[in-house]
Design a protein around this ligand. Structure first.
Ligand SMILES: CC[C@H](C(=O)O)C(=O)SCCNC(=O)CCNC(=O)[C@H](O)C(C)(C)COP(=O)(O)OP(=O)(O)OC[C@H]1O[C@@H](n2cnc3c(N)ncnc32)[C@H](O)[C@@H]1OP(=O)(O)O
Length: 254
């Protein structure tokens, strides 16, 4: 099966599943391309009401960028080319005029947390962990995640998650307001469908109108411009010895 599975059900839910368990559902260029194609399809398809993004298996939602591929990026310009590609995709996810859900089936790390942040709602298996760990790699969020997080959480809560670069439990995430609902670990898709029922009972037009009200605000506060300044900053740090040594250490300790 492919690196990403896309399924549609009769309720109007589009399920996008990152299907790379062997790499804890890490995102490479092929995964990025399928993300973009799916987001564009959902935007255009009137029968698609809600997009749910999740991961295969129960170990990881998404472990962020595929370090086995991206460790070959050395210069600021090389890094910026990759980072901005995913930054565009996450901006399109953030501003998709339909409800979006990150269903945290497992651990969300680094860019995986940025994908989750781009979604309207974050629902989690109560046993998962998540962490904006980029700081431990000597970089900052490289896909626009910090700028998006400042739109979703109060300043102090967002800064705690970003600056500590720690992994947090789903319960801590719920208390911080990053996670909206905790599910027991069994049948999380069914629990997700039940959570979405009141949203799915509205027309696509109603759902789009409310999402567009938020999108208009994000455009007024120059969210896209801020995301790309953030991405540029990450690309500068990407060149640092601290970053390259941290990634090398991860890959060599396998
Ligand atoms: C690209 C930039 C982007 C951004 O912010 O802009 C980022 O995402 S930067 C952050 C990149 N991600 C990470 O640093 C996370 C690295 N992975 C981990 O910390 C752990 O793997 C974790 C916590 C996700 C899961 O831990 P667990 O013990 O369950 O698994 P293992 O560590 O043993 O990993 C199993 C297997 O998967 C490979 N793996 C895991 N994550 C990645 C990854 N991000 N890229 C590539 N490969 C990954 C790991 O190497 C193991 O492979 P194996 O061949 O079995 O040794």
């Amino acid at each position: 099966m492919g690196k990403v599975l896309v399924e549609r059900d009769e309720k109007g839910i589009v399920w996008l599943t990152i299907n790379r368990m062997e790499k804890r559902n890490a995102i490479d260029y092929e995964v990025m391309d399928i993300f973009k194609a799916t987001i564009d399809e959902v935007a255009a398809n009137k029968d698609d009401k809600v997009l749910v993004i999740t991961g295969a298996g129960n170990r990881a939602f998404c472990s962020g960028g595929d370090l086995s591929v991206f460790h070959n990026l050395h210069t600021k310009d090389e890094a910026y080319a990759m980072l901005s590609k995913m930054g565009e995709i996450l901006y399109s996810l953030m501003t998709l005029p339909k409800p979006t859900v990150a269903l945290l089936n497992g651990t969300a790390i680094g860019g995986g947390c940025e994908v989750a942040t781009a979604c309207d709602f974050r629902l989690a298996n109560e046993n998962v962990k998540f962490g904006f760990v980029q700081g431990k790699l000597g970089i900052t969020t490289g896909w626009g995640g910090a700028s998006m997080l400042f739109e979703k959480l109060p300043y102090d809560k967002a800064m705690t998650l970003l600056m500590t670069a720690k992994q947090y439990s789903a319960r801590e995430g719920y208390e911080l307001g990053f996670i909206h609902k905790l599910f027991d670990e069994n049948e999380i898709r069914e629990q997700c469908e039940a959570y979405l029922a009141p949203y799915l009972s509205q027309s696509t037009g109603v759902l789009e109108a409310y999402k567009n009200a938020a999108i208009r605000k994000w455009k007024e506060v120059n969210l896209r411009e801020r995301m790309f300044l953030e991405i540029e900053q990450c690309a500068v740090l990407w060149e640092s010895d601290e970053h390259h040594e941290a990634v090398k250490a991860f890959l060599e300790n396998k």
